[in-house]
Design a protein around this ligand. Structure first.
Ligand code: ATP
Ligand code: MG
Length: 238
């Protein structure tokens, strides 16, 4: 069960303004948001509404223009580049639409790249078992399906046992059946490791798997819905 009294991350009144030549884009416009320990959140919203911008700021890949993001009372928006890199390395796993696996390394070796530098890692075999790839350890990316490659990317992201898992359209390049396997892998990690998880998707039904569904519109949080009855990916009406 998620502990919704203990926030892992607290974003307070963040804005993000991109200046491109003469054009100013206000990608985030006063977002306050808490990601609680062990919860799974789904972020929904139209293209360009600011979802990826928010996720990247929560994960320390980018900084807000104004506002703060607190992790253990440290403000990510004021950290040095070095400390931000350590924050990401020690505490955050990222999963993107494209898998970015190293083609010349096997599944096990792709995951081992991360476990070698982590403090309390799972073994590559344990991480790959969590995403149900224990029988693909020595396959190269080219020998894996798209969904299997994405599950290797998830195993790589969580092998260091991060506090936070951030996924930006993890099923965006996958068909429905494969998307179910990938979303189930993410939900399993959230449940078994208690990783605070945020998933961006365009597929509104995926909200059924989350504890909370956050709708983003024009750089603002337009609504937050609580879901008392989380279901598995296979139970969704895709
Ligand atoms: N690096 C950047 N430079 C300038 N503008 C940017 C940059 N990144 C994003 N934007 C703008 O900020 C707004 C929010 O972009 P963002 O990528 O967060 O949207 P999104 O909700 O993730 O959309 P999508 O569903 O298409 O991925 C958009 O108007 C986008 O054009
Ligand atoms: Mg995006």
């Amino acid at each position: 069960m998620p502990d919704n009294t203990l926030p892992t991350l607290v974003a307070k009144d963040i804005t993000k303004v991109y200046q491109t030549g003469e054009v100013e884009v206000r990608a985030l416009d006063g977002v306050s948001f808490e990601l609680y320990r062990g919860e799974m959140v789904v972020l929904l919203g139209a293209s360009g509404s600011g979802k990826s911008t928010l996720l990247n700021i929560l994960g320390g890949l980018d900084r807000p223009t104004t506002g703060s993001v607190l992790f253990d009372n440290a403000d990510l928006s004021r950290m040095s580049e070095h400390d931000l890199t350590l924050f990401r390395r020690d505490h955050v796993g990222f999963v993107f639409q494209f898998y970015n696996l190293i083609p010349s390394l096997t599944a096990r070796e792709n995951v081992a790249l991360v476990t070698e530098i982590a403090q309390h890692p799972l073994s590559p075999e344990q991480a790959l078992e969590l995403v149900k790839l224990e029988n693909r350890l020595d396959h190269f990316p080219a020998q894996l399906s798209g969904g299997e490659q994405q599950r290797v990317a998830i195993a790589r992201a969580i092998a260091k046992q991060p506090d936070i898992l951030l996924c930006d359209e993890p099923t965006g390049a996958l068909d429905k059946q494969t998307g179910i396997l990938v979303m189930d892998a993410i939900a399993t990690i959230n449940r078994e490791l208690g990783t605070s998880t945020a998933v961006i998707t365009h597929n509104t039904v995926v909200g059924g798997m989350a504890d909370r569904i956050v709708s983003i519109s024009d750089g603002r949080i337009a609504g937050i819905e609580h879901n008392r009855q989380r279901v598995s990916a296979a139970e969704l009406d895709w």
